[in-house]
Design a protein around this ligand. Structure first.
Ligand code: ATR
Length: 272
């Protein structure tokens, strides 16, 4: 049993997580001996809970809401990506030490490239809706990919300003002006939870958009959010959020199991 690899996702609440479906599908598909569980850890119990899981033999974790930032203080090392984004979503345990990274930016970009075939990001001028953890990953990914100008807008403007602070080419737009700002952007990314089932709707009109606007919503529940339905009705290119979820799981799985798993339509259908 020594080759058995124990992994899981920690969060609170956690029952909604789709990650066990993804990772257990791959474990089975590649004939590996291992497991991936959803584990509920409260904020108060984060460090102690993690240590207990490691004692039980866990060697890999995904980290989700609300622990992505607080877990940084529990890790023994944090790579550059996670440090720059300011959040961790993947941990590997080696010799009892916790190594944190972040694969959200990779997932967001990989999905975008696969769906749109964008080759030259210098020509891409995005507007990011939101300034939370997902927005930080989006900004990191887009700048790394080559975007020279990025606009950010957020209900709480100070958060957008804090995110833009000190970064070249990043401009903050007033939340009230978000619709009107579409005239000079060609990629719109919603990183807020607005539009998700059970959340408020995202009020974002696409009337000012140009015909080459690509609309990307990281919400995947529902898959076709109101924003994406508007984009479709206007014959704009659009990107759904499910691919980000699947692609952020890919490098995490590879770290723990040593195999780069494939993101397939079959897996997407299973998760949806
Ligand atoms: P995550 O790490 O998943 O991005 P987060 O840090 O809680 O989560 O960020 C949620 C984002 O959704 C924020 O940009 C938030 O705006 P505020 O910074 O003003 O809170 C945005 N958001 C959530 N509810 C919203 C609402 N009703 N209207 C506008 N924006 C909202």
């Amino acid at each position: 049993m020594s080759d058995f690899i124990k992994t899981g996702v920690i969060g609170h609440p956690i029952s909604h997580s789709k990650s066990p479906i993804i990772h257990n599908y791959w474990i089975q598909k590649y004939g590996l001996t291992g497991s991936y569980e959803a584990i509920d850890l409260s904020c108060e119990n984060l460090e102690q809970g993690l240590r207990k899981l490691i004692d039980e033999g866990f060697t890999g974790f995904n980290v989700t809401v609300p622990h992505k930032i607080s877990v940084m203080s529990v890790c023994d090392s944090i790579d550059n990506v996670a440090n720059t984004i300011g959040a961790i979503n993947t941990i590997s345990v080696k010799g009892g030490k916790l190594h944190g990274t972040n694969t959200d930016a990779y997932g967001l970009l990989e999905n975008l490239i696969k769906q749109t075939k964008i080759k030259d990001f210098v020509k891409i001028h995005p507007l990011i809706l939101g300034a939370g953890g997902a927005a930080r990953s989006a900004l990191y990914a887009l700048q790394k990919a080559g975007c020279k100008t990025v606009k950010i807008t957020n209900r709480t403007q100070e958060r957008a300003e804090a995110l833009a602070d000190g970064k070249n080419g990043v401009e903050v737009i007033n939340w009230e002006n978000r619709d009107k700002s579409l005239g000079d952007v060609n990629l719109l990314i919603n990183t807020t939870s607005l539009g998700m089932i059970g959340q408020n709707s995202l009020e974002m009109g696409l009337y000012a958009s140009k015909s080459d606007l690509i609309v990307y919503d990281i919400v995947y529940n529902p898959l076709m959010t109101d924003l994406l339905q508007q984009a479709k009705a206007k014959n704009l290119k659009y990107v759904t959020g499910i691919g980000m979820l699947l692609h952020q799981a890919q490098p995490a799985f590879e770290q723990w199991f040593g195999i780069k798993p494939e993101v397939t339509k079959e897996l997407e259908d299973l998760v949806l």
